[in-house]
Design a binder for this molecule. Structure first.
Ligand SMILES: [Zn+2]
Ligand SMILES: [Zn+2]
Length: 134
């Protein structure tokens, strides 16, 4: 499925090809901190299928629990996280952040990972009172 995306301010734009059946929710504590939210939603694409159309992202390098280094790639202007990837020579996969895609409403996650650190209320989010706008 061909998709395109952008950061919040529009400085970074990109297009890529994803498998709509491999969208995952990650509940790890680092995704919670990086996003400032309860979880992040991602899918993996091959580096050669990712085409940056505008902007130059900033790269933050972090050490994973395994000791591996990971690049966290985000917009230097608005801070929107675009993808994460490994360090070193390819072939690499980019973990694209689904919420930056214009087609995000068409994509339903099929898997949840790091569920052991999921925020307890997430498991029953439908029961929290809600209104259609703020
Ligand atoms: Zn931006
Ligand atoms: Zn995570």
């Amino acid at each position: 499925m061909k998709v395109d995306g952008a950061c919040q301010c529009g400085f970074i734009t990109y297009e890529t090809e994803i498998d709509p059946d491999s969208v995952r929710i990650c509940h790890c504590t680092e995704c919670q901190t990086f996003s400032g939210s309860a979880f992040r939603i991602a899918t993996s694409v091959a580096e050669e299928d990712f085409k940056l159309l505008s902007g130059k992202p900033k790269i933050h390098i972090k050490t994973a629990e395994s000791g591996n280094l990971r690049e966290q790639v985000f917009c230097p202007e608005c801070g929107t996280h675009i993808y994460a990837t490994s360090i070193g020579d390819g072939p690499r996969n980019f973990g694209i952040r689904i919420a930056t895609l214009h087609q995000r409403n068409e994509l339903t996650p099929t898997r949840q990972i790091w569920y052991r650190s999921a925020q307890p209320w997430v498991k029953d989010i439908g029961s929290i009172p809600h209104i259609d706008t703020q």
